[in-house]
Design a binder for this molecule. Structure first.
Ligand code: FES
Length: 178
């Protein structure tokens, strides 16, 4: 049964949010982001940790490192003190797109687009934890992210370019450090 919460505070895309007793403790982070903050770039499908459409990144310490989080599995009650990043905070039309967003688009990896934010945030979390990943490690990181419509190939092409052993002419790893 849901219960009212004491006040919780966490940051989303750098902005502090206070969650009071008007929000039930069983509201999941994905629903809070979408329905209370109107951040609809975070999607959902299975709501049980299987598809990865809902992935955001989060850090328990100011400024990161950020790790991938399935926002359908986390209640807002668990987020006190966290810094959360959504696809809107990673990059957007107004402030400019993140290199991971640009590469996915340029390599036709967006497909229908529904899973793209989850893919990008999953890769953002992966790259934060593994600064110098190899192409094989990027490929293996796909194991926790099954949702896509037509195939993995263009998504893999987009993200492999951030590996340290990507062909020199394709390599984009340095862009993640700027
Ligand atoms: S909605 Fe599928 S993993 Fe969260």
């Amino acid at each position: 049964m849901s219960t009212a919460m004491d006040v919780l505070k966490f940051k989303v895309n750098g902005k502090e949010h206070t969650v009071g007793s008007n929000v039930s403790s069983d509201v999941m982070l994905v629903d809070y982001l979408r329905n209370y903050l109107n951040l609809r770039g975070t999607k959902y499908m299975c709501r049980e940790g299987g598809c990865g459409a809902c992935i955001v990144t989060a850090s328990k310490t100011a400024g990161g490192p950020f790790v991938s989080v399935n926002s359908c599995l986390v209640s807002v009650g668990s987020c006190h003190g966290w810094e959360i990043k959504t696809i809107e905070g990673l990059g957007n039309r107004k402030d400019g797109y993140h290199p991971l967003q640009k590469s996915l688009a340029e390599n036709n990896g967006t497909q229908c687009g529904y899973c793209s934010s989850g893919w990008i945030m999953a890769m953002h979390g992966f790259m934060e934890s593994k600064k110098e990943a190899t192409m094989m490690e990027v490929q293996n990181a796909f194991g926790s992210k099954p949702l896509r419509c037509t195939g993995y190939r263009p998504i893999l092409e987009a993200f492999k370019k951030f590996a340290k052993d990507a062909p020199k002419e394709d390599r984009l790893m340095s862009l993640l450090r700027t």
